[in-house]
Design a protein around this ligand. Structure first.
Ligand code: ADP
Ligand code: MG
Length: 326
């Protein structure tokens, strides 16, 4: 049974950045305002996330890593109106099958913190009382230690770290009310955003002033399509090797090939060939129209009225670029 679970977990968590994304979403669900991430060897050796959120009640610590354990879904109907990131109860379970997982947590009602280690979805040893701050610290060590195939498929720690930077940078920009802090163990900070910052300020911190000062704000609401869009685009060819597109749908960092293609086609028309773009789109759709239940390996998100919605997005970006190029 563990082998099957391990294979499944190795498919859900394909690289350290996938695990980190789930952990960041958990911290955001727990209303954290400050999130500190520490990494060794691209997250393969060590990945730690510390938040100042609600913490986990000590009496749930024995089950949090079991599959389908979630505090976020009460009834099936909730699936239609999910407003937290997590709902599957699969992230911690998956990670515990393919890594050494330790949770240190304290709620504001507890006098002390509690520490627990997990293996294959289950507690490994007793829960121990210890010192700690309010919030949750999750440490993932030796990711994929028992998944040889996955380990072989991964590239270098440096490349994994690049993916981690993308995820942290994306969530920091999108959640500018939360402070994010990313560093390699024992080294200098790579990303540090303040609590109560702004999207533009965080773009400046993460991507540099040359991009931040070119940002053009875009906005769109369409009640018929149950769509609202807020974002920033640039009208310049900046010097990154490739363009950056950050797409959030209902506050989840996702990918959509069709949206990506549409945005690329706009830039191909309005900017010189090979121009590189920075695009940040935060799309809010009726949760009933978005397929959040796709298998986690599919980063591709699916939603209804795709063609019409993409048309509206293209138009709003086109108009913005036209208005400042004329
Ligand atoms: P899901 O997020 O889908 O509920 P997870 O496996 O990601 O499932 O997490 C399981 C449960 O553990 C969550 O429902 C939540 O109750 C608890 N939890 C996980 N991470 C945190 C955190 N950082 N702060 C508070 N609670 C957490
Ligand atoms: Mg979760």
């Amino acid at each position: 049974e563990n082998v099957v679970n391990r294979i499944a977990a190795g498919e859900i968590v394909q690289r350290p950045a996938n695990a980190l994304k789930e952990l960041i979403e958990n911290s955001l669900d727990a209303h954290a305002t400050n999130i500190i991430i520490t990494v060794k060897a691209g997250g393969l050796k060590y990945l730690q996330i510390q938040d100042n959120g609600t913490g986990i009640r000590s009496d749930s610590l024995d089950i949090v890593c079991e599959r389908f354990t979630t505090s976020k879904l009460r009834e099936y109907e909730d699936l239609q109106a999910i407003n937290t990131y997590g709902f599957r109860g699969e992230a911690l379970a998956s990670i515990s099958h393919i890594a050494h997982l330790t949770i240190l947590t304290k709620t504001q009602h507890d006098k002390c913190a509690y520490k627990a280690s997990y293996e294959n979805g289950k507690l490994k040893g007793p829960v121990k009382a210890c010192a700690g701050n309010n919030g949750t610290q999750i440490t993932v060590e030796d990711l994929f230690f028992n998944v040889i195939a996955r380990k072989k498929a991964l590239r270098s720690p440096n490349e994994e770290y690049t993916h981690i930077m993308e995820v942290v940078g994306g969530y920091a920009i999108h959640n500018s009310h939360v402070g994010f802090h990313l560093k390699k163990f024992g080294e200098n900070t790579d990303i540090k955003t303040p609590i109560k910052s702004s999207v533009v300020e965080n773009v400046r911190i993460i991507h540099g002033n040359s991009i931040a000062r070119e940002l053009l704000e875009i906005e769109l609401t369409d009640p018929t399509l149950k769509l609202s869009l807020h974002g920033y685009v640039t009208n310049v060819n900046y010097s990154h090797k490739k363009g950056t597109m950050l797409l959030f749908i209902n506050h989840r960092l996702v990918d959509s090939l069709s949206i990506r293609k549409a945005v690329d086609s706009v830039y191909a028309t309005y900017l010189p060939k090979n121009a590189h773009s920075f695009v940040y789109l935060s799309l809010e759709l009726d949760p009933r129209n978005v397929d959040v239940n796709v298998h986690p390996t599919k980063h591709e998100v699916q939603f209804l009225y795709e063609e019409q919605i993409i048309d509206r997005i293209k138009t709003v970006i086109e108009n913005k670029l036209l208005s400042c190029n004329s």
